[in-house]
Design a protein around this ligand. Structure first.
Ligand SMILES: [Zn+2]
Length: 570
């Protein structure tokens, strides 16, 4: 916040067309943790509070890092005379968006690594890697990429596409869903993978006619190459975090649920460093791998991440474990009851056996840790719900809020089980309008209960939304657009892909705010604009509830506030 003197006259600074230099200074000071939160008010706004007791209002007063008042503009002026004021000029103000599924540091480092996301041909794929390699020192690993083979007709890339242009750089570039990746020859050498290397359970090494690896590794087999990657350097991680925070703050995101995987523990160190430096501008609920639940329990007991209960504070919270049942639809590694329509002998795969999952979940839940598990296919979801039900019964009543990440394809009979078991579907609407281009070819009629937002809400599930960034863009407004319109990104379904599963703007807002707060057991202090709650909010340049749904994607974030500090201003 601008550190005006307390006795300065009330100053109205306009949100649009402001003094650019001052905005920059404020941003720099704020990001450096120098500017302290003060008291200020946002007036003449349309507030959607997410608080059923007071759903709408015009003004909000922020005192320090908390919300001090919600009501009319006149009341705000009467009760807080002389307070600094932001005139919203009728713009919409909602609780800060909570993205309940991100890979935060991957996203941040992708902002500065090779970009393959929109490479649409074999030549473009190879050219981008060649150009990137020319700009980094020999021997440097080239990772990330996020390629999408559907853009060039579906043929999987091979090491031969890039070996000639990357003789001196190990390359390890992943498909956009992270469930398969391509290694070049240098990476295979570094990882000591040969034609004799055996397959790994829950994964696949794709081989050519002679049995030699083509360079593509799926799911669990990816660890064979990933193990050869050098550990991430702290200063690179810090830079990735700063880039990630800047990017998501500009999208109105004030909290993320970070799905830590291989690098989860060093990522936790990165978040901790930033918290100590008071440099966090996004609140982080950080997950570590489910199989490492004992290490998390011990770290909580030892209060490694601070907090009276060892679970951190409102900026960095631990306690969440993330596991996997299956892979992804795009890689044909999602576990289904019936075979894929385009691969009649294949029903997908389990990354972990149900027995292992049961053992881990039961023990982690017994240690009072919070569990979430990735499940895509209908069978993966059904098996996971069975495990959750069994563990809840065996371990006894507790506010455990098991989550399912993705809950993408559901057997119709499983939909009601989410509410019945208080299991939270944590879903990503942008995936729906991406997969919608081709999912019917893969699973046929089963698309009726794919990304079943409407059915889940009607069955009283507490649907929470996220992005899966960097798999999809971390832009809640696009997510809301996706959930409300279900128009696929190729615009081939103007009335919505599986339109029966569309939801309303307010339902989508709830999934990105109060329900996502519930999803992280924080609904007592965030996810709504309510007196005493954390002052996390976002201002949007138009009322997305009142415009034609197709125009929601043109809406822009104009202001983001986290803990009473302005962290983004357009
Ligand atoms: Zn993910």
């Amino acid at each position: 916040m601008v550190p005006f003197g307390r006795d300065s006259p009330e100053r109205v600074f306009l949100v649009k067309g402001t003094d650019f230099v001052r905005t920059l200074i404020v941003l720099v000071l704020t990001l450096a943790g120098v500017a302290h939160a003060t008291t200020f008010a946002i007036v003449n706004a349309k507030l959607w509070t997410g608080d059923p007791a007071q759903p709408a209002a015009e003004a909000i007063v922020i005192d320090g890092e908390r919300i001090a008042f919600v009501g009319t503009t006149q009341q705000a002026r009467d009760r807080h005379p002389g307070v600094e004021t932001v005139d919203a000029k009728g713009q919409l103000v909602v609780p800060g968006f909570i993205d309940s599924h991100v890979h935060f540091l991957d996203g941040g480092s992708n902002l500065s690594s090779v970009q393959l996301r929109d490479a649409s041909s074999r030549d473009e794929f190879a050219d981008r890697i060649r150009e990137f390699a020319a700009g980094v020192p020999m021997g440097t690993w080239i990772a990330g990429g996020d390629w999408d083979h559907s853009l060039w007709g579906g043929e999987l890339p091979t090491r031969e596409w890039i070996d000639a242009v990357t003789p001196d750089h190990p390359v390890w570039v992943n498909r956009l869903d992270g469930h398969m990746a391509l290694a070049n020859g240098a990476a295979l050498v570094a990882a000591n993978v040969t034609p004799g290397t055996a397959d790994v359970a829950g994964g696949e090494i794709v081989r050519d006619a002679k049995g030699a690896p083509t360079g593509i590794f799926k799911d669990n087999s990816m660890a064979l190459v990933a193990a050869a990657l050098p550990p991430p350097r702290a200063e690179l991680q810090d830079r990735a975090l700063a880039a990630a925070m800047r990017y998501v703050n500009a999208q109105g995101v004030t909290s993320v649920h970070h799905m830590g995987m291989d690098a989860a523990w060093s990522e936790l160190d990165t978040f901790s460093r930033a918290r100590s430096a008071r440099a966090l501008t996004v609140r982080v609920y950080a997950a570590v791998p489910l199989g490492e639940w004992q290490r998390l329990r011990d770290a909580i007991d030892a209060k490694t991440y601070g907090g009276a209960d060892g679970r951190g504070d409102a900026w960095l919270t631990v306690g969440l474990l993330k596991g996997f049942v299956d892979g992804s639809l795009g890689s044909h590694t999602a576990a289904f009851y019936e075979p894929f329509d385009d691969a009649p002998n294949d029903r997908g795969l389990f990354i972990n056996t149900p027995e292992d999952l049961y053992r881990w979940i039961s023990a982690a839940d017994g240690a009072r840790l919070h569990v979430t598990v990735h499940a895509i296919g209908d069978r993966a979801n059904g098996v996971l719900l069975d495990i959750y039900a069994r563990v809840a019964k065996e371990n006894g009543a507790r506010d455990r809020r098991f989550r399912v990440e993705h809950a993408q394809h559901l057997a119709p009979t499983d939909i009601a089980r989410f509410a019945a078991l208080d299991v939270i579907p944590s879903m990503q609407p942008c995936h729906a309008i991406d997969d919608g281009r081709w999912a019917e070819r893969v699973i046929g009629k089963r698309i009726a209960t794919t990304y079943a937002f409407r059915s889940l809400i009607d069955a009283d599930a507490k649907l929470a939304f996220g992005s899966d960034w960097p798999v999809a863009p971390a832009t809640p407004l696009e997510g809301i657009y996706a959930a409300v319109t279900r128009r696929t990104i190729d615009d081939a379904h103007p009335n919505g892909w599986v339109p029966a599963q569309k939801i309303t703007v307010e339902e989508a807002l709830r999934a990105y705010t109060s329900n996502a707060a519930y999803d992280e057991l924080e609904e007592q202090r965030k996810g709504a604009l309510k007196v005493g709650y954390l002052a996390d909010l976002v201002m949007i340049d138009r009322d997305i509830r009142a415009i034609p749904p197709a125009e929601i994607r043109d809406a822009k974030v104009s202001l983001t506030v986290v803990g009473g500090r302005i962290v983004y201003k357009r």
